[in-house]
Design a protein around this ligand. Sequence first.
Ligand code: ACO
Length: 352
Amino acid sequence: MKTIITGSGIGIPRNAVPNAMLTTLMDTSDEWIRTRSGIEQRYYADPGQGSAELGAIAAQNALAAAEREPADIDAVIFATMTPNYFFPGNGPLLQAQIGLREIPTFDIRQQCSGFLYGLDLADSLIQCGKHQRILLVGAEVHTPFMPWERGWGITIGEEHGPISEEDYAFNTSIRDRTVLFGDGAGAVVVEASKNGDRGFLGAKLFTDGSNAEALYVPGVGFRHRPYVTAEQLEKALPIPQMDGRTVFKEALSRMPAAVRAVCAAAGVAVDEIDVLLVHQANLRIVEGVAKQLGMSADRVPHNIERYGNTTAGTLPILYHECVADGRIRPGMLICFTALGSGLHWGAALYRA
Ligand code: ACO
């Protein structure tokens, strides 16, 4: 018995925000963003639209693609680092929004590796016989991490005009992170199948907590009493902090090693991978991983130019697009790989 993906879908907000728009809010340039990251635009959610809502759109599209009804689903795994609430997680919100039965829902938080971890968890739950049909969602709304006092409304066309020097300076102080992230969601229906060769061949997942502070949110957490204070807000501590160079270096060494490890465990050569889906944090990282594995660019698709980094949303969005346009076809060997905050990373192999 194998675990297979029977349908996928995405939920993308309507507001496309090109690099040029961001240059009106902070000291940055289209040229810097393109050459350093490969990003040309990203999407921002509407006010009131959280990751649960985007996830619900993706989930409904995935159910339709799999030709399944909400009643067919017997578990949910929701991967996000930007849930609507501190608690409860997005699982119960999704359950109510799309009318699922009173089934178990798991909220997991492995950031950019969330979908990868979710795939392995879904496979385990199916292989041990506990569940037969799981909805796996990866969704993020990063924009609340960008507390632009004035300018936020400009990005979604609700305000116009120049912003103050003070706001411009503040936005510039966090530009190294904010230009990279976008909002978006992807979902897949994962099912048990007795049908032949298709399905999961295995995953290798890793964690190195000694690098937890290479990418983290220092403020707002239960080591503080109270867990959020005016002082934290004043010091901008609820905004993620990132040692970009460390994460970049780790990504370039860890992902190729994980791909090699999962291939070795499954008894396949790296050369046999038809399509390598790499987490989209930076086009230079995607190209570097491909180069280290000796894979040609046509086998390593990217969409970071349109979405930026959508964290747990990235891999299911990329998978969905590749299935929709025929770059992933039945019989192909697919490898998923990601690295992100934690640090968590890994790779998974799948026969489409
Ligand atoms: N616009 C213009 N200039 C900028 C911007 C910007 N948006 N951001 C930074 N700069 C400037 C810096 O201030 C610096 O100027 P200085 O040399 O005068 O000090 C210069 O550009 C170079 O900055 P670097 O940080 O060295 O730039 P680098 O080439 O390393 O690129 C980046 C930075 C894009 C963040 C890269 O390091 C990266 O992609 N890192 C990995 C990110 C990642 O993989 N994250 C994991 C996933 S996310 C998750 O898990 C949630």
